[in-house]
Design a protein. Sequence first.
Length: 420
Amino acid sequence: MGQRRSWLIGGALTTLVVVVALVTWLLVRSEPYVAPTPTDAAPTADPGGAARALRGLEDAVTQRDADTGRALAPAGDSGAGDLLAGVVGNAAQLRVEEFTARYVDQVGAVDPAGRWQGAVDMTWRFEGFDADPVHEEVLVTFQAEDGTADEPDEENAVGIAGFGGGDRRSPLWLSGALEVRRSDRSLVLVAGTAQEADLVAGRADAAVPVVQGVLPAWPGRLVVEVPASEAGLDAVLAAEDGSYAAIAAVSASVDGNLTPDAQVHVFINPSVYDGLDPVGGQVVMSHEATHVATGAPLSSGVPLWLLEGFADYVALRDVDLPLSTTAGQIIAQVSRDGPPDHLPGQAEFDETATHLGAAYESAWLACLVLADQGGQDALVRLYEQVARRGDLAGPLESLFGLTEAELTARWQQRLRALAA
């Protein structure tokens, strides 16, 4: 026991001598003491470096310089380089104007390799087609070149590794090299083959005069975007998975903004659209073009039966098909269950509804009843007045001499006759 006590005392004295020596060295040395940097320090984001990278992207897009775009990728990341070069190539074909990209904030954590996502406020406009710039907050993936962003002032400390993801919209033109087709009527962006782009562009061009045949004041200028898959469509529109599983195409504001100056494009779901026959594919395109011409995605005052029925009225006006084909689903439903007790509304047009096709056909037939009663011009004026004022009863009475109940009764009578 005595030996152990002596050893403890000796050890304590030794420690004391070491501490005194260290303190003495700290007091007499000339240079300031700097604590060593821990070797396992977590990497941090570099907003300044990200902002510089985004300025480089602005320059590459503005100057249409694919090599400059490629150089913005993280060192050794050829995939990101190809992506950025493709984006610049898209910008040249789409004639992207007024492009800006401003770093807003970090989103989520920085991974051990120094990669993180940042929210970036972007603006752009497709010259000749978008009247005003689109404003979109896009997620951009950044990569600190050394993994830790230890040199934030270094000119190329941060690279751009990707675009999109999360709960924000992922613009199609930032997804990689696209097939682009431009005419004086339409602009088409396709994440697919040249053959697919030619097919969609032909239908987009054909849709413009179809719509102008009923709405001659519409100048055209239709923009159609075709992602590579249904999942791609969900990403472009920031929709939940499967939101458009039963939909061939949708017209929507590009950035989700519903103000009158928002830019509206047609977005195709290739999983459904590619399975349509040529006539069906053209009808869908003309239907969506009608929505663009009337600003339907920006209007909340038009009843769904009128909104969708009018678009089908325009798209089918010159299609030479029998009613047994164009109204086959609603005819079968009426033959089985009798006519619906009301014009189709929100429940019938829900994307998950069992008889969605029948809802569109029945809405179209309601518009046919009106056109037969008062003529096409009266139907157009009805749509315009309801869209402008949000009131159906007044224009329906003044233009057609009908109440909604009387229209519903005539519509039901037409359905019964077709199903007989």
